[in-house]
Design a protein around this ligand. Structure first.
Ligand code: GTP
Ligand code: MG
Length: 259
């Protein structure tokens, strides 16, 4: 019996390797982040410092692990896209997952003070995660579009919800008020009642954050060459662009290039 259990564990370990020629998505998500945000008095619905801290941790992941080609983050979640044929950790799902969770969490704790110098970190955040494989780059683009659509829907709802609460409604009343409203109705509500043009709110709140590499040219001074020489290198960059439509991917075809 003990032996068969051991066999089972061994089999599980072997099965843990993800199939070759598949893009790997590791998505991490804060556990009970609602509570963590309340404990640390994050601004509602979006705390700029908290989001910037998440972004800095994710930028550091791309700087540290060249095999991650793209990351997309919103609220308490981040998705990391690993290169199609990465051999990192022999493509073991559990290892990739725990690497992302532990590296991200330790960066979060280390960088906390840079973003919240006036607030004590009461305890580390906890992240859980999942790993999903996609055999085609098109599926990764669809996956990322899905996350950005989700960001848009949630952010628009939360913006309305908290404006209604700040204007004196109870949370239950605000919830009732928004039941069944469409995107257009919500934009209209913000404009008419609160004089807010939703489309003018910060891009980071409405579109989430994208991290990837871009070739940059640098002029490097060298001995014996007064003008310096031009060198190109890959720099990790962060932006809040639209990744639902095709434009970004047409402009950056190399990010999800299939081998
Ligand atoms: P589980 O993920 O199921 O463990 O629960 P969760 O509480 O983390 O909820 P979920 O991941 O669905 O949603 C993230 C939650 O984090 C939101 O509902 C917010 O309460 C909170 N959150 C994320 N970003 C911010 C922020 O910038 N400000 C504030 N106030 N809260 C935030
Ligand atoms: Mg969460």
């Amino acid at each position: 019996m003990a032996n068969s259990k051991y066999e089972y564990v061994k089999k599980f370990e072997a099965d843990d390797r993800l199939p070759p020629s598949n893009w790997i998505v590791v998505r991490i998500d804060g556990c009970h982040f609602h509570r963590f945000s309340a404990e640390h008095a994050f601004e509602k619905p979006n705390d700029e410092n908290a989001l910037n801290l998440m972004n800095v941790c994710a930028v550091s992941m791309l700087e540290q692990f060249p095999e991650i080609v793209f990351a997309y983050g919103v609220s308490d979640e981040y998705s990391f896209i690993w290169r199609e044929n990465t051999q990192f950790y022999q493509r073991r799902a559990s290892k990739l997952l725990s690497l992302c969770v532990s590296y991200f969490t330790s960066m979060y704790v280390m960088k906390w003070k840079e973003f919240f110098s006036y607030k004590e970190l009461k305890g580390p955040p906890y992240f859980d995660g999942r790993v999903v494989c996609y055999p085609r780059a098109k599926m990764i683009r669809d996956y990322l579009a899905w996350r950005q659509v989700d960001c848009h829907i949630n952010n628009q709802y939360n913006t309305c919800f908290w404006m209604l609460v700040k204007s004196g409604k109870t949370q239950k009343e605000a919830q009732e008020y928004l039941k069944g409203t469409q995107a257009k109705d919500k934009n209209e509500l913000l404009f008419q009642q609160f004089n807010i043009n939703y489309d003018k709110l910060p891009q980071m709140f409405r579109k989430g954050s994208c991290i990837y590499r871009e070739k940059v040219e640098e002029i490097v001074k060298e001995d014996g060459n007064a003008n310096g020489v031009t060198r190109t290198r890959n720099k990790v960059v962060l932006g809040h662009m639209d990744i639902i439509g095709p434009n970004f991917w047409i402009q950056h075809p190399y990010i999800l290039q299939e081998d």
